[in-house]
Ligand binder design. Structure first.
Ligand code: ADP
Ligand code: ASP
Ligand code: MG
Length: 423
């Protein structure tokens, strides 16, 4: 008998029938003798609906109130799941984040989990109940409800699994695992039966929405075995079969993984680029530009400073598209005049496409195959950033899907044994 955490995403909880299927699957695990904690997301579309209502009331709604509102989606789906289980004869109880409590910091709409008190969950499990804990939410030290950012139920689930020392955290979703890239964009994408923790970190941070990045961070920090698998299979498939399905995030890298030059392609459309032209090339200029940006709580991603010509240089950086308007405002009204920039130009029609693979550590020429592939498609690269196991480029967003498909093919990911494509 083990303690297992299940997480079900929005599509998996998307209708009464789907919730009843989730209950059947959970009942199967419970009846096999496991202790089960379930972390559901809101029913699909519900979080968007709530945030849309808020936007109708105010273009920039108060962040605390947004969390009060958005957290209700998970409260509704969790209680429906508890009712479905009870009506199938399985004792179950649901709790909101604040009832557990899941303690977070006070960064409304993107709070971080600090601790989870598992006493109540444990005592229910010990009395034979399935325990349901709302995803996506917690409570800060002042008693305010907080939410963990979009996709945050993944993080709730892994954090509960970490806090309780669960044997495994199963992330049930609408795909049957982690693929070489988003299968909605590249139908030839293939499921990986295992992915290294490091690669999953990169994929998630570079835009693969299959797991929220913080959930992967938690998995790494507390060594939680995490498996991504489908919630859309027959809920009564044998446990052994289910346990072996999907994609396991592994902390052990084997030679086969190293042999794959590139394991996956990630992309993100949430990008925007700004450039300050003709800034004086003097010590401290990067700080004068990026200091106020950081102080405004805006995350900067890629940074590019050109060779100076006649004492001035061009300085570009990218931010999340949600922060674009604020960044431009800051540049035009504060930073630009302060550093004496010639002109400020911007582009919010850019995207980031990245190749990821631990094999990149030991293979040379990987980035050059990426650049060649993009040039053969006539795609201009605007910025490049590399690390040990990834190369990312910023390109015009109208070429995003073309770039992803071309790279997927060029690195041999379209075919079963193509993973060793040599640049
Ligand atoms: P949930 O509601 O279950 O949390 P999400 O929509 O957040 O589901 O995440 C699952 C989606 O992630 C898939 O439907 C898929 O389109 C997308 N996705 C992006 N990149 C990948 C990838 N590399 N592998 C699998 N799915 C991916
Ligand atoms: N319901 C939240 C969202 O849509 C959290 C989640 O689904 O993980 O972002
Ligand atoms: Mg998700």
């Amino acid at each position: 008998m083990s303690l297992i955490v299940h997480k079900y995403g929005g599509t998996s909880m998307g209708s009464v029938e789907r919730i009843q299927n989730v209950a059947r699957r959970v009942a199967k695990w419970h009846e096999a003798g496991h202790q089960v904690v379930v972390v559901p997301s809101a029913m699909s579309g519900e979080t968007n609906r709530l945030l849309g209502l808020a936007k109708e009331i105010s273009p920039q709604p108060d962040a605390r109130e947004l969390d009060m509102l958005a957290s209700t989606g998970e409260q509704a789906s969790s209680s429906l799941l508890a009712m479905a289980l009870i009506s199938q004869g399985v004792p179950a109880r649901s709790y909101t984040g604040w009832q557990v409590p899941v303690r977070t910091d006070s960064s409304f709409t993107k709070a971080r989990i600090k601790s989870i008190d598992d006493a109540r969950i444990r005592s229910d499990l010990e009395s034979g109940r399935v325990v349901i804990v709302t995803g996506f939410q917690g409570i800060d030290d002042d008693g305010n409800i907080t939410t963990l950012g979009r996709g945050g139920s993944d993080t709730s689930a892994v954090a509960v699994a970490a806090a309780m020392g669960a044997a495994e955290c199963l992330i049930f979703t609408d795909v049957d695992g982690v693929y070489t890239t988003d299968p909605r964009v590249v139908p030839e994408a293939r499921r990986m039966s295992v992915i290294s923790f490091e690669e999953m970190m990169e994929m998630a941070s570079l835009g693969s929405k299959v797991l929220q990045i913080r959930s992967v961070e938690f998995a790494g920090k507390y060594r939680v075995p995490v498996r991504v698998l489908s919630s859309l299979t027959d809920p009564l498939i044998p446990l052994e079969e289910e346990m072996a399905s999907g994609t396991l995030i592994t902390f052990e890298e084997d030679q086969k993984m190293e042999a794959a030059v590139v394991s996956g392609i990630a992309f993100s459309r949430d990008e925007a680029k700004v450039t300050l032209l003709a800034v004086p090339d003097t010590p401290g200029v990067a700080y004068s530009i990026l200091g106020p940006v950081a102080a405004a709580n805006i995350d900067v991603d890629m940074i590019l400073q050109n060779q100076s010509v006649q004492g001035t240089t061009d300085f570009s950086f990218t931010v999340n598209r949600n922060d674009f308007a604020r960044t431009l405002d800051l540049l035009n009204n504060q930073i630009g005049p302060a550093v004496g920039a010639g002109q400020i130009v911007s582009d919010d029609k850019v995207c980031k496409v990245s190749i990821v693979g631990i094999g990149m550590r030991s293979h040379v020429g990987v980035a050059s195959l990426m650049f060649r592939t993009l040039s053969e498609e006539g795609i201009n690269i605007q910025m490049i950033s590399t690390s040990e196991i990834k190369t990312s480029v910023i390109i015009n967003d109208k070429y995003m899907e073309l770039a992803v498909r071309a790279l997927h093919k060029a690195f041999g990911l379209d075919s079963e044994n193509g993973q060793v494509a040599k640049p």
